[in-house]
Design a protein around this ligand. Structure first.
Ligand code: GAP
Length: 435
């Protein structure tokens, strides 16, 4: 593993950010558990996404569809026949690799040193994860765990149109788990078998000009969003898909890529899905999936411009991008908006009851509105270091002067600068940093 990635994975385990799934049983490849710190960061990221996509917009509504769906929905969406990766198999040990992962194949070939490794011809391998519902196993009860969260949105298109005041153009946002039988999970959480996605399906008039306009709009909108979270511009880029790499549903596709320790990698995608999904669901369900314009009575099958981001991948790249080391210190320079704790409160000395009481009062007064950490162990230097490693932007220390002037020392994570702030201004100070 790459050196930076190795250190980062160790940090995630040491500080309760991400643990391997089923750790005490030797793990389960492609699954990860978010710890006490990681689960807060992940929730902050999802909440912020929802806030910006649904709460702040009047053209997007939310949805939370079931993970398990009637298997016909997956036939309609094309996933049963076309959601697959080409695989090759090593004829010596029968391990399988994605045929396009030339480096992994070469490394595996070398691992059999001396022996001539032969590979099978590429074969398509479906990525949908199967499950059985009900008491009898077999074809009748076979279902799929959703391979993308998208289908639950499309099948509810008419429910949403009829139950809300949306008018085209409008979007439906959703966040939730997806499952893929990835052949080679790897690069930490980058390619997992269970992961979360956050998506907007944005329905528009079925016209090329509209399609191009909204496709460009969402590319810029999403790139700006990640930049607003403090990601470094030089580590992000847009890449259009070639004709032969587009998913079966896409007319056009662009990825936002991140300059990961293992090379430029897909971060999220913007796809013009055309009328693929609604038309296919109309065909397979026999239900009308068309939209009737309330002003003109014009009836048509809308196109869908989709923005689809992995929650886990977004988190991984936000964390990697914020990782910094100087003079032996590791600091996660995370945006205060997604940092797990907005501030930490310390009494200068843990054995001075008057300092502890004062600090405790500040801690209790801030807690209802912000996630705040408390630490009274060791010396101040060690406490700063521990908070830096989980990205806490501000450390608030109550010292002996506080007892006289009702002010505290606030230390900034990124600059190390300390300023004196009156206790009654702390709430306002933190609010200003996260809005
Ligand atoms: N609904 C469209 C869709 O699912 P995708 O490009 O297959 O498109 C969208 O996936 C995003 O989901 C990716 O850009 C990535 O962030 C995330 N993703 C896909 N497969 C993943 C995996 N195996 N592990 C983690 N994240 C994944």
């Amino acid at each position: 593993m790459n050196n930076l990635l190795e250190k980062f994975v160790a940090l995630c385990k040491r500080r309760g950010i991400i643990f391997p799934g089923s750790d005490i049983y030797g793990g389960l490849a492609g699954t990860w558990d978010y710890g006490p710190i990681g689960s807060i960061i992940k929730k902050n990221l999802k909440d912020l996404w929802w806030h910006d996509m649904v709460q702040l917009r009047d053209d997007v509504v939310g949805l939370d569809a079931a993970i398990m769906m009637n298997p016909k929905a997956w036939e309609a969406s094309g996933h049963v026949s076309a959601f697959s990766d080409p695989l090759v198999e090593c004829k010596i040990c029968h391990l399988r690799f994605r045929a396009d992962k030339i480096d992994e194949i070469a490394a595996h070939t070398k691992s059999h040193d001396g022996l001539t490794t032969d590979w099978t011809e590429p074969q398509q391998f479906n990525l949908l994860v199967k499950a059985y519902l009900g008491v009898i196993e077999g074809k009748q009860s076979e279902i799929y765990l959703r391979g993308e969260i998208t289908n639950g949105v499309h099948v509810n298109f008419q429910n949403v149109v009829k139950s809300t005041r949306v008018k085209i153009p409008f979007g439906i946002a959703q966040i939730g788990k997806a499952f893929r039988n990835e052949i080679t999970p790897g690069n930490f959480t980058f390619r997992s078998r269970e992961f979360e996605q956050m998506e907007v399906q944005f329905y528009i008039k079925p016209e090329k000009q509209e399609g191009d306009k909204w496709f460009e709009y969402w590319k810029k909108n999403r790139m700006d969003w990640y930049l607003s979270l403090g990601m470094k511009k030089e580590n992000l880029r847009l890449r259009d898909h070639d004709d032969d790499e587009r998913a079966h549903y896409a007319k056009a596709a662009t990825d936002i890529e991140y300059n990961a320790p293992w090379g430029w990698s897909e971060f999220m995608g913007i796809h013009n899905r055309g009328d693929w999904d609604l038309s296919r669901h109309e065909e397979y369900s026999g239900m009308n999936m068309k939209y009737k314009d309330p002003q003109t009575d014009e009836e048509y099958t809308p196109w869908d411009i989709e923005t689809s981001a992995g929650v886990d991948r977004s988190l991984l790249f936000l964390l990697l991008d914020s990782y910094s080391e100087s003079e032996g210190r590791t600091v996660l320079k995370l945006s205060p908006k997604i940092a797990p704790f907005k501030a930490a409160v310390f009494p200068l000395l843990a054995n001075k009851p008057e300092l502890v009481e004062k600090a405790r009062g500040i801690f209790e007064s801030l807690k209802p509105d912000f996630m705040i950490a408390w630490d009274d162990r060791g010396n101040i230097g060690k406490r700063y270091a521990a908070q830096d490693e989980i990205g806490t932007p501000f450390c608030i220390t109550v010292d002996f002067d506080t007892l006289d002037d009702d002010a505290v020392t606030v230390r900034d994570r990124d600059t190390g600068k300390q300023e004196r702030i009156s206790i009654d201004k702390i709430h306002e100070f933190i609010t200003g940093k996260i809005s």
